[in-house]
Write a protein that binds this ligand. Structure first.
Ligand code: ATP
Length: 238
């Protein structure tokens, strides 16, 4: 049984159809990447999986249960956590207060909370150094770390990452992807969407190409990275 299964999902914005029946499977322990250009429907897919957006057809199954109609906050409690595009951190809150917001959906268990905070600080020493700094004054790369850290505070079984590399300098992009790999090694399944496919394919067990709301190719990260059409469309300079 797959951990997360999206089957023939459609999403409409009024009369505009953004997703035309997409199917994606994420197995426990995998890193799966969804690659697509501007407007392909990447954010729509992530928001639909997180329960922030209703679907007009198809189904989403998590751990064998149909969650298609489940509310977003209930999905967080079940183990689905989203780091949104643009990060969505709270600029007037400190780093630790931002991280606390991620733990909000879980029952307050001080021991588990302390463990989670240590784990996040272990992954992101910079966040520990800057624990009392306001989120809004962190650099772009630090804010991305904070957003991922906050999502991890919910102890997700699957972490959804919407364009984690957006707006970051190359060395930060590599660093963020190395951390994503580490999070995955520690046991969290990852589904990420990216426009810049270099790192996203390199690090992925499997990947899908999304074009104008439909999946057009799928394969292992290595297969897609070697595909001439994928190379031409998505693989720029690293
Ligand atoms: P980007 O990389 O530019 O963020 P994306 O792949 O995440 O793009 P989406 O944001 O999912 O793409 O958008 C998919 C399609 O749905 C686009 O054509 C977009 O214009 C449309 N769309 C998104 N949000 C809305 C909305 N609230 N109302 C109407 N159309 C929308």
């Amino acid at each position: 049984m797959a951990l997360l299964e999206i089957n023939d999902l459609t999403v409409h914005y009024g009369r505009i159809q953004a997703l035309h029946g997409i199917s994606i499977t994420v197995e426990e322990g995998e890193i799966v990447s969804l690659i697509g250009a501007n407007g392909a429907g990447k954010t729509t897919t992530m928001r639909a999986i997180a329960g922030l957006l209703g679907s007009s057809g198809g189904s989403i199954t998590f751990e064998g249960n149909d969650i298609t109609k489940m509310k977003g906050h209930t999905r967080v409690a079940h183990g689905i956590s989203l780091t949104p595009e643009g990060r969505g951190i709270f600029p007037a809150m400190t780093v630790v207060e931002n991280l606390d917001m991620g733990a909000y959906a879980r029952k307050k268990d001080p021991k588990a909370y302390a463990e989670d905070l240590e784990r996040v600080f272990g992954l992101f020493p910079r966040l520990k150094e800057r624990a009392k700094q306001l989120g809004g004054t962190m650099s772009g790369g630090e804010q991305q770390m904070l957003a991922i850290g906050r999502a991890l505070m919910a102890r997700p079984r699957v972490l959804l990452l919407d364009e984690p590399s957006m707006g970051l300098a190359p060395q930060f992009i590599r660093q963020i992807f190395a951390i994503i790999e580490e999070v995955n090694k520690q046991g969290t399944t990852v589904l990420l969407v990216e426009q810049n496919a270099n790192q996203a394919l390199k690090r992925a067990d499997r990947a899908y190409i999304l074009e104008t709301g439909a999946i057009t190719r799928e394969g292992t990260g290595a297969e897609l990275a070697a595909d001439p059409a994928v190379k031409a469309a998505y693989l720029g300079a690293d």
